[in-house]
Write a protein that binds this ligand. Structure first.
Ligand SMILES: Cc1cc2nc3c(=O)[nH]c(=O)nc-3n(C[C@H](O)[C@H](O)[C@H](O)COP(=O)(O)O)c2cc1C
Length: 168
């Protein structure tokens, strides 16, 4: 049975160790593509119907409000059925200590019973935050394996680490 990567990632302005930089590809997407390369998994990118601001500070505010409102933002395309897959890699940036809200919109639509979930996060210092607890609820019925946490600034040096984790 094949694997699937469900992930969220934002390009645009981002913060790297004290400096704002514009990136064309989001950090989490870099990791998602490594996983695809190593496992031939299918990739599914969760995208909010309304794009997040490119401006980092504005994006921070929008995301904070969504979290406070416990929002479920509409997503451009949604996945309804994962019955063909055994292992689901779930990747996201740490946003305010948890998963970006569009991931909640998507994951709540799926039945994880009997699935193996391998979580991965990119972050600026807080690792998974409380997202693993949230994933327990969002992926109820799945066996959640050890996750991998990668600082956003290090994604281009993390390929070997990702490979080891996949086979762990
Ligand atoms: C809205 C927002 C909130 C964030 N909150 C946190 C946080 O609470 N802790 C943290 O370590 N990093 C935080 N970050 C940094 C991101 O997790 C980090 O830059 C990540 O690698 C971005 O991944 P992406 O490029 O795939 O979107 C935040 C970034 C954004 C845009």
């Amino acid at each position: 049975m094949s694997s699937l990567v469900i992930y969220f990632s934002r390009s645009g302005e981002n913060y790297f160790g004290g400096e704002l930089k514009n990136i064309e590809k989001g950090n989490t997407e870099v990791i998602a593509e490594y996983i695809q390369e190593f496992t031939s998994a299918d990739l599914f990118k969760v995208e909010s119907e309304v794009d997040y601001p490119e401006d980092y500070m504005k994006c921070i505010d929008v995301a904070k409000k969504e979290l406070e409102d416990d929002a479920r933002p509409e997503i451009k395309e949604s996945l309804d059925d994962i019955s063909d897959y055994e292992t689901i890699y779930i990747g996201f940036p740490n946003w305010w200590g948890t998963l970006p809200m569009p991931m909640w919109t998507q994951l709540e639509k799926l039945d994880f019973t009997g699935k193996t979930v391998k979580p991965f996060v990119t972050h600026e210092g807080s690792g998974f935050g409380k997202s693993l607890n949230d994933l327990d609820r969002l992926c109820s019925g799945a066996e959640i394996k050890k996750g991998i946490s990668i600082p956003g600034a290090n994604v281009y040096e993390a390929k070997d680490k990702v490979n080891l984790w996949i086979n762990d």
